[in-house]
Ligand binder design. Structure first.
Ligand code: CTP
Length: 424
């Protein structure tokens, strides 16, 4: 079935790039219906958009003809995804506060579909506390937010605030459209839990990662031997899920690529479920770019050279099992040397001896910035506590044994500080 998006274009200089975005989406077979705010019409005409979308372009809330034919509530719900691109500081502020004073903002308030906002504005407007506060609130409301690009601005200034390239926006739209139609991740939680999440200020990092994309892998991978057997390991995924929860709480857009685990998705986290190492690598690469990637998964180092469609039968001769193993791709090392390398790359190392030495060696080998080394000789795998050492080029930091949730909070705090320092 054709996927449909509703593209709301608000009035910034980057609005002209929305035309290219429409072209790219149509090329991918996605139907686009467009809405222009009044100020967007200073940059883009309904005529050019209408030609590209091959559809009527909507501009007015009180247009009797439009309203009779389709109605704004219907318009807001006939799409699989609602996109605001470019999203100006003004429309973000209205969205964050539930203001509905024109067609675009009314649709955004009336929709029951996922919303993606792609901000574009002057660098100072982006960094303004009011904008950051609005983004934090929108994130908590479940709006997907893309991080603007850095670079020269139309106004002559330089910094963060440029609309991401239409190709990158189209890729993000495809990714969101491909996600399973997840019910509201907070819907099955009691109201008090929902409120606690929305209004909690317990973390020092609350809001520190707004506008950042954090990519996390977690859990084991399963490598099939045949249709009924697989190679696995004892990773529970708890540490990776706790880190994803802490990153979301800090305001980040979080993509969690999870191997087969029995854990609920933390609120506000976009989860991609995979089974094998190769699927995990593909999902990780599809989720790029990221400001930070934290690779917590216990990826199987080997897979079978061949996994037949039929169950392998024993032949009763007492010969060794007919299992040839080949090496899996190293996801962390692939990211460490990737053209689209995350700004901050963090790996985990599960060791049973010479922990710090091995972690130092892994840092260099994998091209990571930090290695979080943990001693797995006890019951770390599956347990609720973890004693870690953070190995960086600058040295080694040892943390006492902490619950996995506290390790997650501390790590996310450290990530937030590092990203802030890198941005300065
Ligand atoms: N990792 C990965 N892809 C792999 C193997 C590991 O991304 N195929 C990542 C893990 O997520 C972790 C880090 O690499 O962040 C370290 O994993 P570990 O298994 O400890 O390292 P190995 O490279 O397997 O080294 P060794 O076998 O010597 O322990």
């Amino acid at each position: 079935m054709t996927q449909r998006v509703l593209l709301i274009i608000s009035g910034g200089i980057a609005a002209y790039k929305a035309l290219e975005l429409v072209r790219l989406l149509r090329k991918r077979g996605i139907a686009v219906r467009a809405v222009l705010t009044q100020s967007a019409q200073q940059f883009v005409t309904p005529l050019s958009l209408g030609v590209l979308t091959e559809d009527h372009v909507f501009t007015q809330l009180f247009d009797l003809k439009d309203e009779q034919e389709i109605g704004h509530i219907q318009l807001s719900r006939q799409a699989d995804l609602v996109i605001v691109a470019p999203a100006t500081a003004n429309i973000l502020a209205k969205m964050a506060n539930g203001i509905a004073d024109d067609l675009a903002t009314t649709l955004l308030l009336a929709t029951d579909k996922p919303v993606l906002a792609v901000p574009a504005m002057n660098v100072r407007m982006w960094h303004h506390k009011a904008t950051q506060r609005n983004l934090e609130r929108l994130h908590a409301d479940g709006v997907h937010i893309m991080t603007p690009d850095d670079g020269a601005m139309a106004c002559g200034e330089f910094g963060k605030g440029r609309l991401p390239e239409p190709e990158a926006i189209a890729a993000e739209i495809e990714r969101l459209l491909a996600l399973p139609k997840a019910p509201d991740p907070l819907a099955d939680q009691p109201d008090f839990a929902r409120e606690a999440r929305l209004f909690s200020t317990s973390l020092e990092t609350d809001g520190a990662l707004v506008g950042k994309h954090i990519l996390i892998t977690a859990g084991p991978t399963h490598e099939p031997i045949d249709p009924v057997r697989y190679i696995a390991n004892r990773s529970s995924g708890k540490q990776g899920f706790a880190i994803a929860a802490a990153a979301a709480q800090a305001g980040a857009r979080v993509t969690l690529v999870a191997g087969p685990v029995h854990l609920p998705t933390p609120p506000g986290v976009t989860r991609v479920d995979v089974e094998t190492a190769r699927q995990m690598l593909a999902a990780v690469e599809a989720a790029l770019p990221a400001d930070a990637a934290i690779m917590v998964a216990a990826v199987a180092d080997w897979r079978t050279a061949d996994a037949p469609d039929q169950k392998i039968k024993k032949d009763g001769t007492g010969q060794p099992a007919p299992l040839a193993l080949v090496e899996n791709p190293d996801i962390l090392a692939t990211l460490g040397h990737h053209a689209n390398r995350p700004t901050l790359l963090v790996g985990f190392a599960a060791e049973t001896q010479h922990i710090a030495d091995h972690a130092q060696a892994k840092l260099a080998k994998k091209g990571a910035d930090w290695i979080v080394a943990n001693d797995v000789s006890g019951d770390v795998m599956g347990g609720d506590a973890n004693a870690v050492q953070i190995v960086t080029a600058a040295g080694i930091e040892s943390w006492s044994t902490l619950p996995k949730s506290k390790v997650a909070d501390k790590l996310i705090e450290k990530v937030a500080h590092a990203l802030a320092a890198l941005a300065d």
